[in-house]
Write a protein that binds this ligand. Structure first.
Ligand code: ZN
Length: 231
């Protein structure tokens, strides 16, 4: 199909956005790289619905063509402290893969993002996974990302027609402090984001869960003030 020069010059990306620190940085990076961005967020039965409001604020601040919310109740599967209220969110470090791991979450999310990316004819999907701070999560590792990219290009019309789609994970090997420094360089206001696993309805963080701890340490190590509202 002849699309003309102007159309084909625009790079499009679907960006997974949770409203947290990492995915907001990921959107800032994709925008900085010149992508026309389509943000996708998931209302999946997580404890903290305030992160959906955070995703809206981040999109308004950074700019995206659209913010799509997908409703999918992973509580029907359960098996995680984030989707099953009978499992407590641990306060403090734990051994092995933590109970905040949501079974196959990134595979499910990337699959839905892939469907939308195919509809949009997007060139890339950006996901803010990080293997440094979340090495306990199997679906946050480089092997997973490259395997999913292989799958994406076997599973889509675009892929089999020889126009591969990239799965971009620009935060994969960065520390939390490096992620924060990157986002600040790109003008991101982290006060808009919510990372806590059990933030209250106003987005205020507990200050005690794993996600709060990593975030607070990240700001300390980056040598910048932590803008997080704690309750
Ligand atoms: Zn917390």
């Amino acid at each position: 199909m002849n699309r003309g020069v102007e159309m084909s010059d625009i790079k499009k990306a679907v960006v997974l956005l949770s409203g947290g620190l990492d995915s907001a940085t990921c959107l800032a990076i994709a925008r900085h790289q010149g992508y026309e961005c389509y943000a996708i967020t998931f209302d999946y039965g997580q404890r903290h619905e305030s992160e959906l409001a955070a995703a809206r604020r981040v999109v308004d601040a950074l700019g995206a063509m659209e913010l799509k919310t997908i409703h999918i109740n992973l509580g029907d599967i359960g098996g995680s402290a984030l989707t099953d209220r009978s499992i407590e969110v641990p306060l403090g470090p734990t051994e092995g893969i933590p109970v905040t791991y949501v079974p196959a979450r990134n595979t499910i999310f990337l699959s839905l993002a892939l469907g939308w990316a195919e509809v949009l004819d997007a060139d890339a999907i950006f996901i803010g996974v990080n293997a440094v701070d979340y090495s306990g999560y199997p679906d946050c590792r480089a092997e997973f990302i490259s395997a999913f990219e292989g799958l994406a290009n076997l599973a889509t019309r675009r892929g089999v027609e020889g126009r591969p789609m990239a799965i971009e994970a620009p935060l994969l090997h960065l520390s939390k402090a490096e992620i924060i420094q990157k986002g600040l360089q790109l003008g991101l206001d982290y006060g808009l984001t919510v990372s806590c696993y059990q933030a209250d309805s106003r987005g205020r963080a507990c200050g005690q869960c794993d996600s709060c701890r990593l975030r607070r340490e990240g700001f300390q190590q980056a040598g910048v003030a932590d803008p997080t509202p704690y309750r």
